[in-house]
Design a protein around this ligand. Structure first.
Ligand SMILES: CC[C@H](C(=O)O)C(=O)SCCNC(=O)CCNC(=O)[C@H](O)C(C)(C)COP(=O)(O)OP(=O)(O)OC[C@H]1O[C@@H](n2cnc3c(N)ncnc32)[C@H](O)[C@@H]1OP(=O)(O)O
Ligand SMILES: [Co+2]
Length: 140
């Protein structure tokens, strides 16, 4: 069911500091412009890699879903992995049937790439917060 790895989500207290870290330590120089996703409670910045992206995420607003993570991991850390799927609703129903816990209402929301996304609770996914993202149509 899952397709390519789209991105690795990395939570950080400072996107600016993390962009500098990835640039200076790892030579990752292709960071895009940061942008806010108020509906998702995060500020986002993508670092392009040859085969995927690093998604740097910073809390945005008091209700950000990553405040808890950063309280436990003040320097930030690997937060989630995002896999592409062809059909987000089909994937949702299949995961639900297999006993995965869908986060939020279970209805897809629009993510940082402008396509529908869902999250699966880490407790059912071997301790990994899994994001499913519908493959952008132009990618077909
Ligand atoms: C959407 C824009 C962008 C995109 O790609 O398009 C993004 O990806 S933004 C990403 C930020 N948004 C989300 O993460 C939404 C889904 N996340 C959540 O709903 C919460 O973060 C949740 C429920 C996973 C955790 O919430 P919280 O930290 O407040 O709850 P707890 O502290 O009670 O944690 C419960 C349990 O889960 C473990 N946990 C928490 N976060 C993670 C994580 N990132 N990876 C692995 N495990 C995680 C935590 O340690 C607790 O475990 P326990 O054994 O019960 O102590
Ligand atoms: Co993500």
């Amino acid at each position: 069911m899952i397709g390519r790895l789209n991105h690795i989500g990395v939570a950080t207290p400072s996107i600016e500091a993390s962009v500098a870290l990835y640039r200076d330590m790892l030579g990752a120089t292709s960071a895009g412009e940061p942008f806010d996703l108020p509906a998702q409670g995060v500020r986002v910045c993508f670092i392009d890699l040859p085969n995927a992206q690093i998604e740097l995420i910073e809390p945005l607003g008091d209700d950000s879903p990553i405040h808890g993570f950063l309280a436990k991991n003040p320097k930030g850390g690997q937060h989630h992995v995002c896999f592409e799927v062809e059909d987000i609703l089909g994937a949702r129903d299949a995961m639900r049937a297999k006993g995965a816990t869908l986060l939020g209402t279970g209805e897809p929301r629009i993510g940082a790439h402008g396509t529908p996304i869902l999250f699966l609770h880490p407790k059912d996914m071997g301790g990994v917060l899994v994001e499913l993202m519908e493959t952008p149509k132009e990618a077909h």
